[in-house]
Design a protein. Sequence first.
Length: 390
Amino acid sequence: MFSYGPKALVALLLLSFSATVTANWQQGEASVAIEGADLTDVRVQAIKNAVADASFKNGSFIAAEDVVLDGLLISSKSVITTQGQIQRVEVMSETVTDDILKVVVKVSFSPLFNCAHDGYNRSMLVAQFQVLKPQQAKYGSIFDLGKQISKRFERQLSVEHNSPKVLLIDKAFTDVNSYDKIDLQEITDKAIYMTREYGRQFVLFGFIRDISLFEQVTEELLTDDVSLRRNFTIQVYLLDAYKHNILYKETYHSEADWEYSSDYSVDTNNSLFWRSDYGRVVLNTINMAVSDVSNLLQCERSFAQVINTEQQSITINMGAENGIKKGDKFTLYKKRLPIGVNGMSHSTLRSYPAVELEVKQVDSTSSVLDMYNPNQFINIELLDLVSPTR
């Protein structure tokens, strides 16, 4: 078995496709002669060819067009998100025979989205991931793993298709011990704070639940092989801060060999760590979560906050970097927080389609909208919301 660790994520562009009804897996393979070339380049090309082979078998035709050298695909398993049907890619095997590298992949094809994307890049906040059991980080001294995980989420979300405009902050969203008992009132209170402080619609946050070590025994013919392995379990949340509700909650688990001794202090800023078995598995787990979150965002409605009001115009906190351009039309929404029978507030949004809002001026992070309201007087206030008119 041959395994190498290139710093590459193969970005695939779907050129044409035949729609499928349900997701399915398809196997593909490819062989590339090494002939003295760099093994990283050879492996990247072999993976691209194998994915193309799987796509052809699935009734699709794709072309691999880009290779992003950013440490995202550095193991035998990866997640790739595209505009089309390819959902995930797993490298099943890599073998070298007579100076020829053969790669076998398994590709997941999913149905195309049945929702209409509004064309705007969402605004997102990534809060710091926390290690729930810091004592588990003592082995290897990986106490800053949460900070590194947050950076990886921010980086990978930023290169997704229709990528959100991501801001990474050095604060956690909630208390480190409360991941299993987040209640609606807490979500509402913190969402209100987040929107006032940062003005981002979505908040990605979570916890590193388990990084414990364990021994795995593999039975051999003459002796048993004992390897030291380490868990990596994260819980990921996606919050719509404007609507005060959790859109997504999922736990991801993986494990890999831990090759460092008990007295070795790991430098998580060093690329050597991320090329290790454990580092590669951590990256691949983050890739999977990023893929799921990005797919979910495709169907979510974009909202922007009103940050300034004048007599016949308003300013919102989305601009050219979000894809807004002159002439775009928006609908006004006002937030209501009625108190329920249990004493907790529940956020609702009320639309005002009679208020016509059209973009007249755009800069990178904000836009000025002219307001036309021929039928009735509506008092637009700071922190009111607007959304693209459908």
